[in-house]
Design a protein around this ligand. Structure first.
Ligand SMILES: [Zn+2]
Ligand SMILES: [Zn+2]
Length: 113
């Protein structure tokens, strides 16, 4: 099947925890399912056009009514905020743990109490 969108779904070794991340299959894998770290390589999801290549640290979770869990990442190098939909095999315990962190609550409510 050809698509207008370039999606690169490939195996990679997580640079944070060393876990060998396998292909996702149905979508482009962009973060580690174990520690949820990602890498700043995309401008648009899956395009690998970003030159920064900094580590993206998971700093929050948003609950999207359509997409489900959306992990909020912050780049350790350039400080950019990225949002990535959680994958089916992501570490849900970690997502829930981080999502229940009081420091993260503002992310879910859009900035203020
Ligand atoms: Zn990892
Ligand atoms: Zn960056």
């Amino acid at each position: 099947m050809l698509s207008k969108f370039t999606k690169i779904d490939e195996e990679f070794i997580c640079e944070n925890c060393g876990y060998k991340v396998t292909k996702l299959g149905y979508s482009c894998r962009n973060h580690c399912p174990k520690c949820l770290y990602s890498k700043h390589v995309d401008i648009n999801p899956g395009d690998r056009a970003e030159k920064c290549h900094g580590m993206l640290e998971p700093i929050g979770v948003e609950i999207d009514s359509k997409k489900g869990y959306v992990i909020v990442h912050k780049c350790k190098k350039c400080g950019k905020i990225r949002k990535n939909k959680a994958a089916e095999d992501d570490n849900l315990d970690l997502i829930i743990k981080l999502g229940s962190d009081p420091d993260w609550q503002f992310l879910k409510t859009g900035g203020r109490s």
